[in-house]
Design a protein around this ligand. Structure first.
Ligand code: ATP
Length: 348
């Protein structure tokens, strides 16, 4: 791209400033007595330049969270509480939940773009890659001359590792991996600060998945954007994220650096997830999976929602929900598990 955002991320150990701050976010499906809570009191901060991984089994609330944060949630989904703040470069924080429709149109694509599950099938089959890439530019940069749009589209394709010669191709003339890269190119077209990727590569084979993610992480360094990367495959997150948040039953149950989660998962659910996917590198782990199934939102277990499946459940777990609390004073890790809480209720 011609004017990449400053690629000079500080190599110092200072914590980068936040770009997206989510606090106390609650999302329900339905209203009144029939409502179920799919996202429960989530606090999460995405920092500038980082890749934040969001993991959890199907139904844990990952996509609902992404839709809510970008205000793309459609009925019966309703945001019932909390706060989402976007911190523009050098500007005052903006309340995303209070944005008007017009503000939202500018916010999406330009500040935060999102690549959804199965995105590679959402390219329009009757238009060329050129038309689809330049349409994004035309809609948001109406003053850009036609030749400039084409030039930018060529650069975007090169960025994601596709020869600009393919600009005239229709989606069916491209492989699944290439279509996915085109979607990523579209998401990067307006140089957003944040790219949210919801299971972007699950339809691809493992080698292609990793190739695309490696490229994305390289681009993140070049173009200086932050990534929220959502998947149920925690081994992918360990490889590509800086930090990981693990969701269960709509709540974040553990949040820590990717290496910390890998070496020493503190929540029994995190440990279970780690033993559900083969790691590509490092020592082999025995794959044991997690017994049982994720909870039904209409009948959530009392206390910690994971307790019926937890090999380490003890007295307080079925009675009281553990808060997400700092686990180490130094590392910024937090865990919602009574095993890690010095202030746990009586075990009798
Ligand atoms: N339109 C809807 N109406 C009612 N409940 C819904 C709706 N969409 C999602 N849910 C429920 O909300 C919960 C969270 O779903 P969500 O899709 O956010 O989970 P997820 O972690 O992204 O799962 P997956 O990995 O399968 O996409 C699930 O229990 C799901 O059944």
């Amino acid at each position: 791209m011609t004017t990449p955002k400053a690629a000079s991320r500080s190599a110092s150990l200072t914590v980068p400033p936040p770009v997206l701050e989510i606090s106390g976010l609650c999302v329900d499906y339905g209203l009144g007595a029939d409502a179920v809570r799919a996202v429960h009191d989530v606090d999460l901060t995405l920092r500038r330049g980082e890749v934040l991984g969001l993991a959890g089994e199907s139904g844990s609330g990952k996509s609902t969270l992404a839709y809510a944060v970008t205000r793309l949630l459609s009925p019966p989904g309703v945001i019932t509480g909390g706060d989402v703040r976007y911190h523009p470069r050098g500007g005052e924080p903006v309340d995303v939940l209070a944005m008007t429709a017009r503000e939202l149109r500018a916010f999406r694509w330009q500040e935060v773009s999102i690549v959804f599950q199965g995105a590679m099938n959402s390219l329009n089959p009757v238009h060329t890659v050129h038309t689809q890439l330049t349409d994004v530019l035309k809609a948001h940069r109406p003053d850009m001359p036609r030749a400039g749009r084409t030039e930018q589209a060529r650069e975007l394709l090169s960025l994601v590792g596709i020869s600009p010669d393919r600009l005239g191709a229709y989606p069916h003339q491209l492989s699944g991996g290439m279509r996915q890269r085109v979607m990523i190119a579209m998401a990067l077209a307006l140089q957003p600060d944040v790219v949210i990727m919801d299971e972007p590569t699950t339809a691809l084979d493992v080698v292609m998945q990793r190739q695309i993610l490696r490229q994305l992480v390289r681009l993140r360094e070049e173009l200086d954007f932050s990534v929220v990367f959502i998947t149920h495959d925690i081994s992918l997150l360990i490889e590509f994220s800086d930090r990981i948040a693990i969701m269960y039953g709509g709540r974040v149950v553990e949040q820590a650096g990717a290496a910390e989660i890998y070496r020493d998962p503190r929540h029994p659910y995190s440990a279970g997830l780690l033993h559900s996917f083969p790691a590509l590198h490092g020592p082999r782990r025995e794959l044991t999976g997690i017994p049982g199934s994720p909870p039904d939102l209409r009948a959530m277990p009392s206390g910690c929602a994971f307790h019926p499946r937890c090999p380490k459940a003890f007295a307080p777990c079925d009675r009281k929900t553990p808060p997400l609390a700092p686990a180490d004073s130094s590392s910024g890790r937090s865990v919602a598990c009574w095993l890690n809480d010095d202030h746990r209720p009586g075990e009798a």
